[in-house]
Design a protein around this ligand. Structure first.
Ligand SMILES: Nc1nc2c(ncn2[C@@H]2O[C@H](COP(=O)(O)OP(=O)(O)OP(=O)(O)O)[C@@H](O)[C@H]2O)c(=O)[nH]1
Ligand SMILES: [Mg+2]
Length: 300
């Protein structure tokens, strides 16, 4: 075919400060839940692939942790995943929350991008929250910060603007063959997916009382035709946090378990048996073994 477009492929790093909407975006682009989403900052702790096959292109999006100043071993690992994503990228997307002020975290993200990925598309997210007339001045203001390839207003939540993202990304990606088989949409092992779903429910159900201090470890993951048996430990940092997770008469941990099981059963049908334990591990965020266990590719 003389006029056939060349096939495109490549890695697209999605970076930005915590809570900007990176994971919501990657899920919307992939059309499946590959990364957990909560209202609490620093939810994502890994570099998570979301693979999209389109006519003439395979796009490998990389969700990353929110850019922040690392103060623990865990946070150092999170920032290492951000830098690895930027090093591996063919293209970078910087995502900012257009409904919030451009803050220190955004500035830090922009500096990192200038250093690692001068060719960047800027996504102004959460436009469902802002008045239309404020959009043009906002685009104007952002265009002065850096020479972005494109500035695209989007709502990762409603899907607004996502066709423009696909168009720009496909145009800017290099020519190349598919990098992954067509039936794969993420690279996460089942155990890791399970731990993330449980962690999402823990954060969602306890976020008023104790943000971002848990690790979820999978002690046992046994699959059979009729049942997937998962044994998991929720690690907290202080004795005082244990009763928050467990709740009066165990009601909260039961709710966490039920919510997680419903979602896990969609991934591992027909039935999941989930057992949850809570363990106190002071300073686990600086514990080499626990932090290394959260690195599912063992890249650290
Ligand atoms: N109104 C609105 N809310 C959004 C949009 N995108 C994301 N959110 C919300 O913003 C919060 C953070 O979303 P995430 O996708 O977890 O953000 P993130 O950038 O991955 O955050 P970290 O993993 O903590 O770095 C959640 O409550 C989302 O529902 C959007 O387009 N509009
Ligand atoms: Mg995230």
């Amino acid at each position: 075919m003389p006029n056939a477009e060349p096939h495109k492929s490549g890695f697209v790093a999605i970076v930005g400060r915590a809570n900007a909407g990176k994971s919501t975006l990657v899920n919307a682009l992939v059309g499946a839940k590959v990364s957990i989403v909560t209202a609490v900052p620093q939810t994502t702790r890994n570099r998570i692939l979301g693979i999209v096959n389109r006519p003439g292109a395979q796009i490998v999006f990389m969700d990353t942790p929110g850019i922040h100043k690392p103060l623990s071993r865990l946070n150092n690992q999170m920032m290492r995943f951000v830098r690895m994503a930027l090093e591996d990228r063919d293209l970078a997307l910087l995502i900012v929350d257009a409904s919030a002020k451009f803050g220190k975290g955004d500035e830090f993200a922009l500096q990192l991008l200038k250093q690692y990925a001068p060719k960047t598309i800027l996504l102004l997210n959460k436009i469902d929250r802002i008045a239309k007339p404020s959009l043009l001045p906002l685009i104007d203001r952002y265009s002065k910060l850096h020479n972005f390839e494109e500035i695209i207003p989007i709502s990762a939540r409603s899907g607004d603007g996502l066709p423009d993202v696909f168009e720009a990304v496909t145009r800017l990606l290099p020519e190349g063959p598919a990098l992954f088989p067509p039936d794969i949409y993420t690279d996460q092992p089942e155990r890791f997916l399970a731990s993330e779903i449980i962690r999402e429910k823990v954060i969602q159900q306890t976020q008023q009382e104790m943000p971002y201090v848990t690790a979820v470890l999978i002690d046992e993951f046994l699959e059979s035709e009729t049942l997937t048996r998962i044994h998991s430990t929720i690690v907290v940092e202080r004795e005082s946090q244990k009763p928050i997770i467990i709740g009066a008469g165990g009601h909260r941990i039961k709710e966490i378990g039920t919510a997680a099981r419903h979602e896990l059963e969609k991934l591992f049908p027909p039935k999941v048996f989930l057992e949850l334990f809570v363990k106190v591990e002071p300073n686990w965020r600086d514990d080499q073994a626990i932090v290394a266990e959260l690195d599912y590719r063992q890249e650290g």
